[in-house]
Design a protein around this ligand. Structure first.
Ligand code: DGL
Length: 270
């Protein structure tokens, strides 16, 4: 594996603000690392896209991030982690990791009754990647997947606490509660922004699993194994790029993770 240098940034991408849930964990667990975030807002939502479109977007974004000399890429998107990452990750000379394996590992550790719910985008649910990953870890578990196409537009527009989000939560989550799940994977990176509202609905009996924390643990292990942590002592740089609307990403992004988003640059990869 070719590494470019300790002090080079981590690349992160998603369709929009969802990957900021992974940024939150990165800031928490690896605060000294530089990073470059790409929000593909020209193509959000990913969850309704065809596989060939997702492959094209992933290749363009990875090429862009590699041109910025990133030392590793975190694909902060459940949909890409399910559909493209398993096929693409060995095509590049740097580590590329998704969030799905981390989410599966976390929930397998969390469940007590063996009944797991997964909420994710339509494309992720269609792939059944969560079910197969979880069953590879423990074939005796039961997995129930639920697509939640209304969540991403609600998060992208900053409508976290609206009547529409509460209604959508009820509609999508109740069928999983009816299956007596005790753990629920938030299998799209946008969804942890709705976690307080979802928790309110499911109650104490259901544990919510946000894959981002375990994903950054995995990244840490990769960097540690190669002695690749940033050694510089100054303030790390954080750059944000989008392919579509930059003002909406700036406003909603700051609402969700605060003023770490200082500036957003618009760039056309097509
Ligand atoms: N946040 C991404 C995911 O985890 C993409 C969601 C979307 O754009 O539909 O799946």
């Amino acid at each position: 594996m070719l590494y470019l240098g300790n002090n080079y940034p981590i690349g992160i991408f998603d369709s929009g603000v969802g990957g900021l849930t992974v940024v939150r964990s990165l800031l928490d667990q690896l605060p000294g690392e530089h990073f470059i975030y790409f929000g593909d807002t020209a193509h959000v939502p990913y969850g309704s896209k065809e596989q060939h479109q997702l492959f094209a977007y992933a290749r363009d974004i990875i090429a862009f991030l590699i041109s910025k000399k990133v030392k590793a890429i975190v694909v902060a998107c459940g949909t890409h982690s399910a559909v493209t990452v398993p096929h693409l990750k060995n095509d590049y000379p740097i580590p590329i990791l998704g969030v799905l394996k981390a989410g599966a590992r976390s929930v397998v550790r969390t469940t007590h009754n063996g009944k797991i719910g997964v909420v994710a985008t339509s494309a992720t649910v269609k792939s059944q990647a969560y079910t197969s990953e979880i069953l590879q870890l423990n074939k005796d578990l039961q997995v129930f997947e639920q697509a939640c196409p209304r969540f991403v537009p609600l998060v992208e527009s900053g409508q976290i606490d609206s009547d529409d989000s509460l209604q959508a939560i009820k509609e999508y989550i109740q069928p999983l509660l009816d299956r007596q799940i005790d753990s629920l994977v938030l299998g799209c990176t946008h969804y942890p922004f709705l976690a307080p509202q979802i928790k309110n609905y499911v109650g104490e009996g259901v544990a919510l699993v946000d894959p981002s924390c375990e994903t950054i643990e995995e990244l840490k292990a990769i960097l540690a194994a190669q002695d690749m942590f940033n050694q510089e002592t100054g303030n790390p740089t954080r750059e944000f790029y989008v392919s579509g609307q930059d003002d909406s990403f700036y406003n909603v992004g700051r609402l969700l993770i605060g003023d770490i988003i200082d500036q957003v640059q618009k760039i056309n990869l097509d």
